[in-house]
Design a protein around this ligand. Structure first.
Ligand code: 6MZ
Length: 347
């Protein structure tokens, strides 16, 4: 049963800005997919990392390969995206920026264009069904696939940005951080920026990305994903921190993901503390709520307990995230109003 404290986090209106679609598939949705594709011989233990379990980052990326086998058609994507949106809404998320890498699958006829259209269709249907959440989409570039694919993806993202009625707002750079180098993707990322797509870039997720982060921070990105190894205490540098601070670039922080993926040794050693204590813009996110078995309420609760945050501070954290969204100004104002209406009299 939920305690009073649990209820506070569940009722807290929240903004989710770093959620990979296929990493966010819940146990229940996975159950449906596994049953539909028994011939693949996939078990739950292959698609999620349970409480107390840890994996290397490399093993986490193997998990995505398994999930991609299960989610390989338009019908799957529609179901998965609708379920994920519904689940975020049920967890009190009022504004969600979902991200996903367009994929093509010859056997099912899935193309990258249909992939994006199907995610947008899921967003549209959720709206028609009056699910209480505003959803936007970031098209993701998987760094593993190199510069040509990155450029193709940017072109696709630009097209949808212009034709999707404001649903496609930006571009994400993600994928296995140990593969490839950001310098090869600069051209595509610059093009995305020039055409008005906002940039949410995974930066310094592993220690070896120092030079790459120096380079990518010059773009500059509009938000940073993880940034685990940017600060000097984690092996980064003052110059990286200076750049991030000068540009005041919000950082998307995903506690459970980093602890389970073992890039951070424990919750109370998470770099949330470094940035939060400096008053730097921080937003708590889930990353992959399905794979890491978490939700956004739990992430707020974990941060509060690891760093002794009061309910007032937690409220402040969730509210300030509105400013870091890629939504247009009127939407931000609408969200501010919602937060004012939902604020408890006593915190
Ligand atoms: C980097 C990640 C990630 O795009 O198929 N992804 N990239 N770091 C992470 N930290 C754990 N978690 C997920 O969702 C799955 C894809 O998102 C990226 C990877 O490219 C992964 O294949 P989509 O919806």
């Amino acid at each position: 049963m939920d305690t009073e404290a649990d209820l506070f986090y569940r009722r807290l209106p929240k903004v989710e800005l770093h959620a990979h679609l296929n990493g966010s598939v819940s146990f229940e949705t996975m159950e449906k997919l596994i049953k539909q594709k028994l011939h693949l011989n996939i078990e739950h233990s292959m698609t999620a990392i349970r409480s107390g379990q840890r994996r290397t980052l490399d093993e986490c990326f193997q998990v995505f390969k398994v999930i991609h086998q299960l989610v390989d058609s338009e019908e799957d994507i529609l179901m998965v995206a609708k379920d994920v949106i519904q689940e975020f809404a049920a967890d009190g998320v009022k504004y969600l920026e979902l991200r996903s890498t367009p994929r093509e699958v010859t056997e099912t006829g899935l193309t990258k264009r249909r992939y994006v259209e199907t995610v947008l269709e899921a967003i549209r249907q959720s709206k028609e069904e009056e699910v209480d959440i505003d959803v936007r989409f970031l098209v993701a570039v998987d760094r593993r696939h190199g510069p040509e694919v990155a450029m193709e993806t940017v072109k696709l993202a630009e097209e949808f940005m212009l034709s999707s009625d404001g649903m496609v707002v930006g571009l994400d750079l993600s994928g296995d951080p140990t593969v490839g180098h950001g310098k090869d993707l600069l051209c595509a990322l610059q093009k995305a920026k020039n055409c008005g797509l906002k940039l949410a870039l995974h930066l310094s997720e592993v220690p070896s990305q120092k030079d790459e982060s120096e380079l990518l921070l010059n773009l500059p990105p509009d938000r940073i994903g993880h940034g685990t190894f940017l600060h000097p205490e984690a092996g980064g540098s003052d110059s990286l921190v200076d750049k991030v601070c000068k540009q005041n670039t919000p950082i998307e922080l995903c506690l459970t993901s980093n602890v389970k993926g073992q890039t951070v040794s424990s919750y109370n050693k998470h770099h949330f503390q470094y940035w939060y204590n400096r008053g730097h813009p921080c937003v708590l996110c889930t990353d992959d709520k399905g794979v890491f078995c978490t939700d956004l309420s739990q992430e707020y609760q974990l941060a509060a307990s690891a760093f002794g945050l009061s309910q007032e501070s937690v409220w402040g954290l969730s509210q300030q995230a509105i400013n870091f969204t890629f939504a247009p100004e009127p939407i931000k104002q609408r969200l501010e109003k919602k937060w004012a209406e939902l604020r408890p009299q006593v915190l």
